[in-house]
Design a protein around this ligand. Structure first.
Ligand code: NAI
Ligand code: MG
Length: 353
């Protein structure tokens, strides 16, 4: 008996809406081959356009509509007419928090045929995963502004690190490293940030005791950022707080050749709620509407989704097709130095499938 997976699609804004249809075409192609049944519901107007029209990124019962889905595939949100914190906090962050998607998983690979701007980033050697804490840390709602417009105006923002929140994401990272037969690096800054990050370090050391087979170390985020550029092949699994993980994964994606390739999974590992899959990149207003966005980040995210839904072989088919297309052809979107449109690139990928 095949079970039907209910997939919620949220294309969002700009190139988000241009990369999601290619991801769906690729999904449909592998689903057909593997006998996987996918039923989509698309929320096409959950976007900045809706915000401008109606004052909200999604309807009031938006989260309830998503609750019944098995997974969410999202393009990107953001538009120059709407402040970025409004679009982010009106859609993405509520979904991540309401559905306890506390792991943000961001795999980074240098594919053969992709020229990295970094000399040391040779194909095959770089294959790492950033595990970013996704629901607390520096991205907190606690704080405020006082004395607006006066010379003594001020802003305060509290970072929140909880034992439960850090423990569960660090445990996830250790299990992931164990499963890969790899090692773990913890991103910290406990020399400069004197309360939260020493606490983070203590919890990492505590959890490490439960995973004696996994070699691990900790590195300050500034040095880690530099080393990730100089010797990206040194890393396997990196666990980081919300802000550090956000910055580090964009950096790692650039090291791998283009942010247009990078995928992300927002996971609720306990599966009490749907997990959400999305490219790392944003809505790219500078190229939106031209049909030249690189769809790989969205397509690779769709592969992560299939893996999460229990179809690792179908997921592999997608990443293998990506690797094969890049290694054996020079079909590329402009961000990778080519001249292909999103459409042409997607067609080529489908033929490699
Ligand atoms: P961005 O990722 O949208 O763009 C950064 C640069 O990379 C741009 O030059 C863009 O053209 C290029 N780029 C990104 N993805 C690409 C792709 N698939 N193919 C080819 N080129 C690509 O980041 P930016 O400019 O900081 O943000 C633009 C908007 O997106 C903002 O409103 C921001 O808030 C939003 N954003 C949304 C995210 C999300 O929905 N998860 C994540 C990051 C940003
Ligand atoms: Mg980011």
């Amino acid at each position: 008996m095949t079970t039907t997976h209910r997939i919620a699609l949220i294309p969002g804004d700009g190139i988000g809406a241009e990369v999601l249809p290619p991801a769906r075409r690729v999904l449909d192609a592998v689903a057909r081959r593997h006998g996987i049944d996918l039923a989509y519901t698309s929320y096409d107007d959950w976007s900045c356009a809706r915000y401008v029209r109606e004052g909200a990124m999604m309807p009031e019962d938006g989260l309830d509509r998503l609750r019944g889905a098995d997974a969410i595939l999202l393009g990107a949100v953001g538009h120059p007419d709407v402040p970025d914190h409004v679009s982010l906090w009106g859609l993405l962050i509520p979904i991540r928090r309401a559905f306890r998607q506390y792991v943000n998983l961001r795999p980074v690979r240098v594919f053969e045929g992709i020229e990295s701007p970094v000399r040391g980033a040779v194909p095959g050697a770089v294959d790492l995963v950033v595990v970013r804490e996704n629901t607390e840390g520096e991205y907190s709602e606690i704080g405020g502004r006082l004395n607006r417009g006066l010379p003594e105006e001020l802003a305060v923002q509290e970072a929140v690190f909880t034992r439960a929140g850090v423990t569960r994401v660090v445990d996830y990272a250790f299990r992931l490293a164990a499963g890969r037969g790899g090692r773990l690096t913890s991103a910290t800054k406990s020399n400069g940030i004197v309360h939260t990050l020493p606490f983070w370090d203590e919890l990492v050391a505590e959890r490490a005791a439960g995973h004696p087979q996994v070699p691990w170390n900790q590195e300050h985020i500034d040095a880690l950022a530099a080393k990730l550029v100089l010797a990206p092949d040194r890393y396997d699994v990196i666990v980081a707080s919300n802000l550090f993980g956000d910055i580090l994964s964009d950096l790692a994606a650039a090291v791998a050749g283009s942010i247009g390739i990078a995928p992300a999974a927002n996971l609720n590992p306990e599966r009490e709620f749907p997990s959400m899959f999305e490219p790392v990149h944003g809505s790219a207003p500078d190229i939106a509407g031209r049909g030249i966005a690189n769809p790989l980040g969205a397509i690779w995210s769709a592969a992560l989704m299939l893996d999460h839904l229990g179809h690792p072989q179908a997921a592999h088919d997608i990443t293998d097709a990506i690797a094969s297309l890049l290694a054996t052809t020079d079909i590329r979107t402009p961000d990778l130095g080519g001249t292909s449109s999103t459409e042409q690139f997607t067609e080529a990928l489908l033929s490699h499938l």
